[in-house]
Write a protein that binds this ligand. Structure first.
Ligand SMILES: [Zn+2]
Length: 110
Protein backbone atom coordinates (compact mmCIF):
# COMPACT_ATOMS: atom_id res chain seq x y z
CA UNK A 1 0.00 0.00 0.00
CA UNK A 2 1.16 3.47 -0.70
CA UNK A 3 0.08 4.77 2.72
CA UNK A 4 2.34 2.45 4.72
CA UNK A 5 5.49 4.53 4.78
CA UNK A 6 4.10 8.03 4.95
CA UNK A 7 3.72 10.35 7.88
CA UNK A 8 0.11 10.10 9.12
CA UNK A 9 0.09 13.88 9.73
CA UNK A 10 1.58 15.42 6.62
CA UNK A 11 1.87 12.53 4.15
CA UNK A 12 5.61 13.05 3.71
CA UNK A 13 7.32 9.76 2.75
CA UNK A 14 9.44 8.25 5.51
CA UNK A 15 12.92 7.22 4.40
CA UNK A 16 13.97 3.56 4.61
CA UNK A 17 17.06 4.52 6.61
CA UNK A 18 14.81 5.99 9.29
CA UNK A 19 12.58 2.90 9.32
CA UNK A 20 15.71 0.73 9.60
CA UNK A 21 16.39 2.30 13.01
CA UNK A 22 13.54 0.14 14.37
CA UNK A 23 15.56 -2.99 13.64
CA UNK A 24 17.95 -2.10 16.46
CA UNK A 25 15.77 0.00 18.73
CA UNK A 26 12.29 -1.58 18.59
CA UNK A 27 8.98 0.24 18.66
CA UNK A 28 9.84 2.32 21.72
CA UNK A 29 12.16 4.29 19.45
CA UNK A 30 10.77 7.38 17.75
CA UNK A 31 11.79 8.97 14.49
CA UNK A 32 11.27 12.55 13.44
CA UNK A 33 9.23 13.28 10.33
CA UNK A 34 11.18 15.32 7.80
CA UNK A 35 8.03 17.12 6.70
CA UNK A 36 6.28 18.25 9.88
CA UNK A 37 8.86 17.48 12.57
CA UNK A 38 6.53 15.29 14.63
CA UNK A 39 7.86 12.22 16.40
CA UNK A 40 6.53 8.98 14.91
CA UNK A 41 6.27 5.40 16.06
CA UNK A 42 5.02 2.40 14.08
CA UNK A 43 1.51 1.20 14.75
CA UNK A 44 2.76 -2.31 15.39
CA UNK A 45 6.01 -4.20 15.23
CA UNK A 46 6.08 -6.56 12.23
CA UNK A 47 7.66 -9.42 14.15
CA UNK A 48 7.28 -9.77 17.89
CA UNK A 49 10.35 -10.36 20.02
CA UNK A 50 8.97 -13.68 21.28
CA UNK A 51 8.42 -15.07 17.81
CA UNK A 52 11.90 -14.03 16.65
CA UNK A 53 13.48 -15.48 19.79
CA UNK A 54 11.66 -18.80 19.38
CA UNK A 55 12.59 -19.02 15.70
CA UNK A 56 16.24 -18.30 16.51
CA UNK A 57 16.40 -20.93 19.27
CA UNK A 58 14.70 -23.64 17.22
CA UNK A 59 16.74 -22.81 14.13
CA UNK A 60 19.99 -22.91 16.11
CA UNK A 61 19.19 -26.27 17.67
CA UNK A 62 17.77 -27.75 14.48
CA UNK A 63 20.47 -26.56 12.12
CA UNK A 64 23.37 -27.54 14.39
CA UNK A 65 21.88 -30.99 15.04
CA UNK A 66 21.28 -31.51 11.32
CA UNK A 67 24.81 -30.54 10.35
CA UNK A 68 26.56 -32.35 13.20
CA UNK A 69 24.59 -35.58 13.43
CA UNK A 70 22.94 -36.05 10.03
CA UNK A 71 25.46 -34.49 7.66
CA UNK A 72 28.45 -35.36 9.91
CA UNK A 73 30.15 -31.99 9.52
CA UNK A 74 33.02 -31.13 11.83
CA UNK A 75 32.04 -28.73 14.61
CA UNK A 76 33.90 -25.80 13.03
CA UNK A 77 32.36 -26.43 9.60
CA UNK A 78 28.90 -26.79 11.13
CA UNK A 79 29.35 -23.58 13.10
CA UNK A 80 30.50 -21.64 10.03
CA UNK A 81 27.62 -22.98 7.92
CA UNK A 82 25.18 -22.15 10.70
CA UNK A 83 26.51 -18.60 11.08
CA UNK A 84 26.36 -17.99 7.33
CA UNK A 85 22.78 -19.25 7.06
CA UNK A 86 21.78 -17.33 10.19
CA UNK A 87 23.20 -14.13 8.71
CA UNK A 88 21.07 -14.64 5.59
CA UNK A 89 17.95 -15.20 7.71
CA UNK A 90 18.75 -12.13 9.81
CA UNK A 91 19.18 -10.01 6.68
CA UNK A 92 15.85 -11.24 5.31
CA UNK A 93 14.13 -10.41 8.61
CA UNK A 94 15.66 -6.91 8.54
CA UNK A 95 14.43 -6.34 4.99
CA UNK A 96 10.98 -7.68 5.90
CA UNK A 97 10.88 -5.35 8.91
CA UNK A 98 11.64 -2.36 6.70
CA UNK A 99 9.06 -3.48 4.14
CA UNK A 100 6.22 -4.08 6.60
CA UNK A 101 6.59 -1.31 9.18
CA UNK A 102 3.43 0.82 9.20
CA UNK A 103 2.59 4.17 10.71
CA UNK A 104 -1.07 4.87 11.42
CA UNK A 105 -0.95 7.85 13.76
CA UNK A 106 -2.36 6.08 16.82
CA UNK A 107 0.93 6.05 18.71
CA UNK A 108 2.07 9.57 17.99
CA UNK A 109 4.00 11.60 20.49
CA UNK A 110 3.22 15.32 20.20
ZN1 LIG B 1 4.95 14.55 8.98
Amino acid sequence: MSTKKKCPYCGQPIRRRQIAEYILHGTAHTIKCDGCGRMLRPSRYPFSFGVCYAVAVFYTIGAMNLMLYVLHFSFLKALLCFLASFAVILALLCLATIATTEFDGNELIP
